[in-house]
Design a protein around this ligand. Structure first.
Ligand code: HEC
Length: 139
């Protein structure tokens, strides 16, 4: 058998193999993970909680939070430069520092979209161009 024949013979098996791996991956992971989830879990969840519940009066919640929806245009700046002034979220006062995050505009857009979908019930999605525009306005 020459080389070409061998390839012709094996190609269908390779394709079937790839499809099986893909299907198994889909079954074990349930669905494709939101691109902002890993950033949220590694950089935000330790303070804001896996479910955005916050920590008592130390860290404000993200779940059903009113402030990030009201001041949506400031979100990208808060994430990049942190936040350190008294705020009110859902009627409760908070005043602990949130540290800056060294993440790029794509990760920032993804994490904002993840927050909107999972916690804020804010039917919006942003992209990296929007994030860069907002960063120009940070005080
Ligand atoms: C070190 C703990 C900590 C981490 C990590 C952290 N935050 Fe915060 N976050 C806070 C605190 C404390 C405040 C309140 C700041 C203030 O009062 O000035 C806050 C405020 C906020 C607010 C506005 C108030 C609210 O709850 O709606 C948003 C939105 C927010 N954080 C999102 C994020 C996102 C997104 C990340 C990850 C990229 C993140 N935070 C990481 C502690 C943290």
């Amino acid at each position: 058998m020459n080389k070409k024949k061998v390839i012709q013979y094996l190609a269908p098996f390779a394709i079937v193999g790839i499809v099986i791996v893909f299907v198994l991956n889909f079954i074990t992971h349930g669905s494709i993970q939101h691109p902002g989830k890993s950033t949220y879990q590694s950089r935000c969840a330790q303070c804001h909680g896996d479910h955005g519940e916050g920590i008592r009066t130390l860290t404000p919640p993200l779940i059903h939070a009113d402030l990030p929806v009201q001041q949506f245009d400031s979100l990208a700046c808060w994430i990049k430069y942190g936040m350190n002034h008294p705020i009110k979220v859902n009627g409760v006062d908070y005043d602990q520092p949130m540290y800056p995050n060294d993440i790029d505009e794509i990760q920032t857009a993804n994490v904002i979209n993840y927050m909107c979908k999972e916690f804020l019930e804010h039917d919006t999605s942003v992209n990296s161009i929007w994030v860069k525009e907002k960063w120009k306005t940070c005080k």
